[in-house]
Design a protein around this ligand. Structure first.
Ligand SMILES: [Zn+2]
Length: 362
């Protein structure tokens, strides 16, 4: 059963920590012993041999930079004070994907159009080969790198297919910890995105902005990495999705990627509670919640965000690497899910989104 993971900050890790994702998780952990990366970003959960073992066929790989006011520490090089700087960082991160796929075409391939997706999947479906390339779909998280809607066509041409307008609040809309509506620049961005066929990612958008975008944006809408707020105790954080936004996404045929990150599964969790306090059962409950609201399994999937500011130390007990996401399959089966909804959740839902949104030609 193939997995599609809708959120990994791969380029951010390459440029921040010089991580080499062609290596296995165990190798990277060994290489990083005594280095700063594990303390700052946790032990890695990602690497090509682990993608292979876990049958992670496609990943939405991000371009991501933070505004200077939210820079995490002096080690955090991927931050900006001006739109111009954000633009440069995003270009560099895109280049990191070009290098990764040029250096390791047997391990990573960019997916720009339908035929690229078909090609990657045909590799994975070929029983005579046991090594497959992971397909990368580029997702821009935090659209501040877009200097004006007029350059959206350039980003599309370069390979970006999905855009999330927010992370913190942006000039486009309110975001995590910084609430607010869509601004006039935000509406203009959505207009440009719709014209070109970009997918809109609501993750990190403030609830007000998300509801406005659900009303306004005519194209495909997702939340690449967001959990349902109503299952979470003791949080008022706008990082989570209200049931209103979830209903809106379902109505618009959207898909929500559930994040297996302990503080997003139980906001009262602290590292001192230990990994055993949170299990994949919490992830299965999040998945089940969306399915119950939707009355089907067509609107929920996975968006791990692995290595995106956290690693091994902050994920459910059963997860040693990304490959262990496969352990969700028996858990969902125990909850009464049959093969077809399980494969929808693990990957098919994201694949069907890609099939209906990727261009036929570049
Ligand atoms: Zn994020």
């Amino acid at each position: 059963m193939f997995i599609v993971d809708a959120h990994e900050d791969i380029a951010w890790n390459i440029l921040t920590f010089d991580r080499d994702y062609s290596l296995a998780v165990v190798e990277t952990r060994q290489r990083e012993r005594g280095m700063s990366a594990p303390a700052l970003n946790g032990d890695t959960l990602l690497g090509w041999p682990d993608y292979l073992r876990g049958e992670i066929a496609v990943v939405f790989s991000t371009l991501f930079a933070a505004p200077a006011r939210r820079q995490i520490g002096s080690w955090d090089t991927q931050f900006y004070t001006t739109t111009e700087q954000a633009n440069k960082i995003y270009r560099n991160q895109l280049d990191a994907y070009f290098r990764l796929t040029d250096d390791h075409p047997d391990k990573f391939r960019l997916i720009l159009k339908r035929a690229d997706l078909d090609d990657v999947l045909s590799h994975w479906q070929n029983p005579d080969v046991d090594e497959h390339p992971v397909g990368l779909v580029v997702l821009m998280e935090n659209a501040e790198g877009v200097r004006s809607p007029g350059e959206l066509d350039e980003w599309y041409e370069l390979g970006v297919r999905i855009i999330g307008p927010a992370w913190a609040g942006t000039r486009f809309c309110g975001g995590t910890l910084e609430p607010g509506p869509l601004t006039s620049e935000g509406y203009a961005l959505l207009d440009g995105m719709a014209d070109l066929g970009f997918v809109l990612d609501l993750s990190h958008m403030d609830e007000m902005a998300a509801l406005q975008a659900l009303d306004y944006f005519p194209g495909a809408i997702i939340a690449s990495h967001s959990n349902a707020k109503s299952l979470l105790k003791d949080t008022e954080s706008n990082r989570f999705l209200s049931d209103d936004v979830i209903h809106g996404l379902i109505e618009r045929n959207g898909i929500i990627g559930i994040v297996p990150y302990n503080p997003f599964l139980d906001p009262t969790w602290r590292p001192s509670d230990g990994r055993q306090a949170i299990t994949l059962e919490h992830v299965a409950s999040q998945i089940d919640h969306i399915c119950q609201l939707a009355g089907s399994a067509q609107h929920v999937a996975l968006g791990s965000d692995f290595d995106g500011g956290f690693g091994l130390q902050s994920v459910p007990a059963e997860i040693e690497t990304i490959a262990d996401l496969q352990k969700l399959t028996p858990l969902l089966a125990e909850k009464g899910y049959t093969n077809s909804p399980i494969s929808a959740i693990m990957g098919e839902n994201w694949l069907s989104l890609l099939r209906r949104t990727l261009p036929e030609e570049e």
